[in-house]
Write a protein that binds this ligand. Structure first.
Ligand SMILES: NC(=O)C1=CN([C@@H]2O[C@H](COP(=O)(O)OP(=O)(O)OC[C@H]3O[C@@H](n4cnc5c(N)ncnc54)[C@H](OP(=O)(O)O)[C@@H]3O)[C@@H](O)[C@H]2O)C=CC1
Ligand SMILES: O=C(O)[C@@H]1CCC=N1
Length: 274
């Protein structure tokens, strides 16, 4: 039974990103909130049912969430944020900590929708939070104290790594690490198709590609430096890999990746002003 407001989290929106957070938080070794300390507000009844049966969390209304949870984590689509805040606002005290993981929506917009001077922390996570390997950037709002930012950092560290950035960098962060898993999945899809083109069975291609992605990811993290050195180590002089790299360069893949990130950044700016 949820009883203590200061140790209760309300998750508003349990879709792709919200449920990734739930999976990561509850799947960790010492979760900061156990399932009986998490309330979920979810618009879709089918989704609410799924979240209850999968994670053992209770679902509720926005009114009750504000009354029972001291920390409110908003993970709805950008165009739903204003409506959620308008509905929450009347039930909030100045002690409620508001965390927004919504893309594009700025701290000024969030603070402007609240009646009080709540601490607000904006964050940009990614879906790798579901396996405890997320990357989250956080930025403090006008009324957030260092203790509030520390609290959000601790929460997000339960599902991966955390960096603190000025809010002005969050559109770029979104384009890199927020959307980033999709780019790696896209490359994995293409490589699997390549395996099939080369005559491998699809299940074998999937196994080869997925494990190679895990290995490369772990090597990148362990090396802690730029990818270029690791790529050079695979690319033997006059060998096979460099022939493949030349084909990628010929296809302007590097430029396409840069344009992709720029498009994501621009879309974030556009959505904020929509
Ligand atoms: N997906 C990702 O990889 C990432 C997403 N984000 C951000 O997270 C936010 C959510 O994205 P994502 O999870 O992909 O979106 P989803 O659509 O998968 O999830 C949002 C959920 O919130 C529900 N919802 C809508 N309105 C309300 C409301 N008023 N109260 C409670 N629940 C509501 C939706 O229900 P219904 O479908 O019925 O509307 C849906 O189930 C976005 O702002 C996005 O920018 C940030 C980083 C990464
Ligand atoms: O695509 C989106 O809008 C969200 C934000 C970052 C990842 N997904």
């Amino acid at each position: 039974m949820v009883s203590d407001i200061s140790t209760t989290l309300a998750l508003i929106g349990g879709g792709n990103m919200g449920s990734a957070m739930l999976a990561g938080l509850l799947g960790g070794e010492s979760p900061p909130y156990t399932s009986d300390r998490i309330l979920v507000v979810e618009a879709s009844p089918e989704r609410a049912e799924y979240l209850t049966s999968t994670f053992g969390v209770a679902t509720t209304t926005l009114d009750e969430a504000a009354q029972r949870a001291g920390t409110i984590l908003i993970v709805v689509k950008p165009y739903h944020v204003a409506g959620v805040l308008a509905e929450l606002s009347g039930n909030l005290t100045d002690e409620h900590l508001i965390i927004s993981a919504a893309g594009a929506i700025g701290i000024a917009q969030i603070e402007g929708s609240l009646a009080g001077k709540n601490p607000v922390v904006r964050c940009m996570p990614n879906t790798a939070a579901s396996v405890g390997e997320g990357m989250t950037a956080i930025s403090a709002g006008t009324h957030a104290q260092p203790a509030d930012l520390d609290k959000v950092q601790s929460l997000m560290e339960c599902v991966g790594r955390v960096v603190r950035v000025p809010e002005s960098q969050l559109d770029a962060v979104t384009a890199l690490s927020g959307s980033g898993p999709a780019y790696f999945f896209y490359l994995a899809e293409a490589l699997i198709d390549a395996g099939v083109l080369l005559g491998l069975s699809r299940p074998l291609a999937v196994e080869l590609v997925n494990q190679t992605a895990v290995g490369a990811g772990l090597m990148l993290r362990e090396a802690g430096d730029e990818a270029v050195r690791l790529r050079a180590e695979v690319s033997s002089p006059g060998g096979m890999t460099i022939a493949a790299i030349r084909a990628l360069e010929g296809g302007a893949v590097r430029a396409a990746v840069m344009s992709a990130a720029e498009a994501a950044r621009d879309r974030s700016v556009e959505q904020r002003s929509a």
